[in-house]
Design a protein around this ligand. Structure first.
Ligand code: FAD
Length: 372
């Protein structure tokens, strides 16, 4: 099967790679370079447990998280790229004695032990992450939370894809999806018609523009995230630390990432004084000694966001050969391996192999037939 993938972010590169391994002849179009947008902006946290325990989203996230050790090893053996996979876990600080007591009661469950969840009291916090502010009275610690360097990960997937036979057309923009007689016949890229049996839309926050090219309205929008990095040598923190306002991710390469805002401001390509200052205030409030560290860089990225915050994955209704995998919002790095596997299985065999009806494009179609 001849497949065209549009978009060379983590979702497009990972899926192109798996499709090539499954025997497809794949061409991937990326208008800039692989990982040029959200996928390189990401902090790379792999945190599979959400607020809605046992939800379809959490099941998908856990399934992807379980794939990670093998994916990291496979990419390393095929490309030599070290994606800085770190498995030290995340500290979720608690500021109130009552919250600490509640956390201690909650950790008794089987799932809690399975995912390496511990409740820490004040003394544990002082010993295990001494740089945290004294107002931190305890913590939930989630050992199952891991993290990767997302820039390296997307490069590793792109290199593995090319080595597996994917034709990578970087610097080539797709202007139109060709839809005729109820099926897709490929794309128009840099003015040329490129024929394919199947097309996968994986253009992140820009996927709506591709849908518009064949007259459909896809409800995917950008959610801007601003971040910054501090020089972190010698390291102040050994774990990721995460609250509702901010997260801190220590990278082995000597940077401490501080993120991230979530803003609906369209495609405004800038960081703002307010965005960066709010992140810094929250970070220094958690770890006072960060105040004296140098700022290395600031950046932003556009997360692909759908109105219910969930991914959109599956065959495009009523157009044969057209597929979509986008709207991974805050979890595209975590969800890349499972997305690549299930989309490949679905496109090649006709079945996704994992329960995904909650993420189907039809969920928007059923509310408003003209809009999805
Ligand atoms: C600040 C920030 C922090 C984040 N932190 C995390 C995290 O810790 N953990 C996590 O799991 N997720 C995180 N995310 C979310 C994650 O980055 C995204 O969900 C994921 O990168 C989306 O991948 P994608 O491939 O769909 O989109 P993108 O990476 O945006 O890729 C889309 C690609 O399509 C290309 N493209 C667009 N239009 C066209 C066209 N017409 N022709 C050709 N190419 C085109 C673009 O150039 C782009 O490279 C974060 C995101 C941000 C912004």
């Amino acid at each position: 099967m001849k497949v065209t993938v549009v978009g060379g972010g983590i979702i497009g590169c990972a899926t192109a790679y798996e499709l090539a391994k499954a025997g497809c002849a794949v061409t991937l179009f990326e208008r800039a370079t692989p990982g040029a947008e959200a996928s390189s902006a990401a902090a790379g946290m792999l945190a599979p447990l959400g607020d809605a325990s046992g939800s379809p989203f959490e099941r998908l996230a856990v399934a992807s998280w379980q794939l990670y050790p093998a994916v990291v090893e496979e990419l390393r053996s095929r490309t030599g790229v070290d994606v800085e996979y770190v498995t030290r876990g995340t500290i979720y600080p608690l500021f109130d004695a009552e919250d600490v007591r509640r956390a201690e009661t909650r950790v008794a469950g089987r799932e809690m032990r399975e995912f390496g969840i511990e409740a820490w009291d004040t003394a544990d916090v002082r010993v295990r992450e001494p740089a945290l502010a004294t107002r931190v009275r305890g913590a939930m610690f989630v050992g199952a939370d891991h993290w990767v360097n997302s820039q390296r990960l997307v490069v590793a997937y792109a290199q593995a894809a090319a080595a597996a036979g994917v034709i990578l057309r970087a610097g080539t923009s797709v202007s139109r999806i060709i839809v005729e007689d109820g099926r897709t016949h490929g794309v128009v890229a840099d003015g040329d018609r490129c024929e394919a049996d199947a097309v996968l839309l994986a253009a992140g926050a820009w996927t709506a523009a591709l849908a518009a090219s064949f007259g459909a309205r896809l409800r995917v929008e950008p959610a801007r995230g601003q971040m910054l990095a501090l020089t972190h040598v010698p390291p102040v923190l050994t774990h990721t630390v995460r609250t509702d306002d901010v997260y801190l991710v220590p990278r082995p390469s000597g940077e401490l990432l501080i993120g991230a805002t979530v803003e609906r401001v369209g495609f405004q390509r800038t960081v703002t004084a307010e965005g960066i200052s709010s992140l810094l205030a929250a970070a220094i409030g958690l770890v006072p000694s960060l105040g004296s560290l140098p700022i290395v860089r600031t950046w932003y990225g556009f997360r692909p966001w759908a109105p219910d915050g969930l991914p959109i994955m599956g065959p495009w209704p009523d157009i044969e050969g057209l597929w979509v995998a986008t709207a991974h919002f805050r979890n595209g790095i975590l969800l890349a391996p499972i997305t690549a596997h299930l989309m490949t299985e679905w496109m090649v065999s006709g079945e996704p192999g994992v329960r995904v009806e909650e993420f189907a494009p039809q969920r928007f179609l059923s509310r408003d037939r003209s809009t999805f």
